[in-house]
Write a protein that binds this ligand. Sequence first.
Ligand code: HEC
Ligand code: HEC
Ligand code: HEC
Ligand code: HEC
Ligand code: HEC
Ligand code: HEC
Length: 345
Amino acid sequence: MYKPVRFYFVLTFIAAAMFAFVSCTKEGPQGPPGKDGEDGIDGQDGTATCTECHDNSQVQFAKQIQWSASVHATGGNFERNDAECAACHTSQGFLQRMANGTHEADGKVVNPNPPNCYTCHNIHTTYTAEDYKFTYADPFNLWINGQPVDFGNGNLCANCHQPRIPDPLPVVGGEDVNITSPYWGAHYGTQAAILGGSGGYEVGGGYSNSLHTSAVTNACVTCHMADPYGVESGGHTMKMHYSYHGQERLNVAGCVSCHSDTDALTDLVETTQSEIGNLLGTLGTILLQQGLIDSTGRAVPGTMTADQAGAVMNYNMVRKDGSFGVHNFKYSKALIENSTSSLQK
Ligand code: HEC
Ligand code: HEC
Ligand code: HEC
Ligand code: HEC
Ligand code: HEC
Ligand code: HEC
């Protein structure tokens, strides 16, 4: 068995590390040699590779404080630890379902952790700097429609930030659907579908993608993890805004390689977001008037035509994507406009 071996391995090395720390000199005396088969690396100082990360460069500390300020750390929804929810809301559940290739964790996750260093990096696997490699960054297929996506290193994010499969799933031209819960829909993290330009209820025509879908190498990572502004945005905070003298500012560090004029970019973001915001407002008003959503935007349970359910789903997919058109303006716009016309027929 692999696990027990690794357990001894850690104990041996933590002991060795503590021994080195209390000695108060740069190079502590050599730790006691581990027994063959227990220290993993024969003939090497057990702590030699630890310092590839645990050094005094302060790099790891910077990532830790950034992460601590992220919604991953502070969001407070990781107590959603049943197998189904733990698949994205807990670190352990995510690693389990990715290893198994399923949509659920092995079971309820006791002692749940939110997404953290161990979720995204292979921390303490080889005990070398190699462990900063990503756990799961391969291209994959979206749950909702099986469509392949490849966002480079952003695949890591997209595995969780993708829609869940609404039950029932309305099909264009298909039968009426019976919605039994106000929580019905594609869930909160719809970004991978919107950015990738698929998975919405594609009624009508004219669907295409903005250049962000294919032009931004590493997608999510490029924009959300650009050079940090303290612990307010960028880096491992993954946030896009910081406040400067009381004003909200966009962290443009990940944009400037393409949008070199930052004033023009700020205007572009504003017009894009207000256009999508207005279109959403129009659709939301109609959905509310037709009794299909409540004032919080949730579905009103009952029987809907496929187009009605699709409109409710699209409304929430675009709203919950949270970028209001920055991720994929063209696709977001088509989903909302076409759904709006489908309700006015
Ligand atoms: C790839 C870089 C890397 C290497 C190499 C590495 N560590 Fe770590 N270590 C980390 C990270 C990241 C954490 C988690 C930090 C946190 O909790 O925020 C951590 C946490 C720890 C902790 C705190 C307790 C815990 O488990 O959270 C100890 C003790 C530790 N490491 C010891 C070691 C020892 C001993 C070695 C060498 C045998 C080693 N590490 C090698 C990155 C590394
Ligand atoms: C293991 C699943 C998982 C992975 C991997 C993951 N996230 Fe998240 N992310 C979440 C969850 C769950 C939340 C909400 C946390 C909460 O509310 O407790 C979240 C929240 C966020 C938020 C804040 C959203 C808001 O409403 O303010 C951003 C931004 C974000 N993630 C970006 C990223 C990026 C970028 C990556 C990849 C580098 C990534 N995430 C990888 C699950 C994940
Ligand atoms: C496919 C991954 C995935 C699964 C499975 C999943 N979630 Fe989430 N959930 C997310 C992501 C990602 C976010 C954060 C999205 C954002 O803020 O943009 C989130 C956000 C949330 C939020 C916060 C909403 C808010 O107001 O900000 C709640 C509550 C939640 N999920 C509950 C659940 C429950 C309950 C389950 C299981 C029935 C579940 N989730 C299953 C990915 C998932
Ligand atoms: C949601 C996924 C996610 C989480 C959680 C996460 N990281 Fe990362 N980390 C990344 C990504 C993606 C990159 C690459 C960023 C880039 O390309 O700019 C990265 C880069 C790094 C690097 C630079 C590695 C190198 O080889 O240059 C370090 C160091 C690091 N992370 C440490 C940490 C530590 C410490 C934690 C926990 C406090 C942590 N990360 C949590 C996704 C994550
Ligand atoms: C072209 C740059 C870009 C790319 C690529 C990108 N984002 Fe965003 N994202 C943004 C901007 C800008 C916002 C809007 C911030 C605002 O106005 O609050 C945003 C909003 C969000 C939000 C809503 C919460 C928040 O932080 O405002 C989440 C969650 C998110 N993005 C996750 C992702 C994920 C996951 C991916 C990859 C599948 C991704 N993003 C790709 C730029 C980008
Ligand atoms: C890899 C290059 C690249 C990066 C990085 C990038 N963009 Fe873009 N962006 C483009 C291109 C190309 C267009 C399309 C311009 C056009 O069609 O006139 C665009 C268009 C836009 C639009 C208009 C809506 C649309 O899609 O047509 C907005 C808003 C925008 N970008 C915001 C951002 C923000 C904010 C960031 C950083 C967080 C960012 N972009 C990062 C290349 C990039």
